[in-house]
Design a binder for this molecule. Sequence first.
Ligand code: GNR
Ligand code: NI
Length: 176
Amino acid sequence: MALRPIIILPDPKLRLISEKVERVDGALKKLMDDMIETMHDAPGVGLAAIQIAEPIRLVVIDVARKEEPPNPQVFINPEVVWSSDERSTYEEGCLSIPEYYAEVERPASIRARYLDRGGETREILAEGLLATVLQHEIDHLDGVLFIDHISKLKRDRVIKKFQKAAKRVGDGSHVL
Ligand code: GNR
Ligand code: NI
């Protein structure tokens, strides 16, 4: 098991469309384990493979509460096959946009199809936080970030802030 570095804005890899997983083998299982460890360490409730610079359609989610035992779930090639007309709003954050939070409205429930850890096709009816996080993660697989669902004014402001921070690191002006 290993922790993997999480890439952050403005890394252009976050805008890639991830490739379908064709084979559920030992190498993929190792990657799943590293992603679960990295998500728990962060800590976060979800992680898409592109956030550790692997452009493949693999997602891990753990929405267990702190007082409950961990419950990591793996979703390979997940797709939304139905979404409710009912919407719900959550304050979202993203490990690739650290310390920025904003309310996002999405379908309250979805049905998703995916392959599980054993490579078997499954469907899940997700509601509540799981529905929101699964949609947030499937967005990552298509290069979409939660800030794409907020106003352009707010989005441009947060992108600029992260661009400036990256420049300061690059030019050495932050060194004491
Ligand atoms: O840890 C995370 N919390 C979260 C909260 C509300 C909606 C979505 C999320 S996902 C996020 C981890 C992450 O960046 N996954 O891509
Ligand atoms: Ni995210």
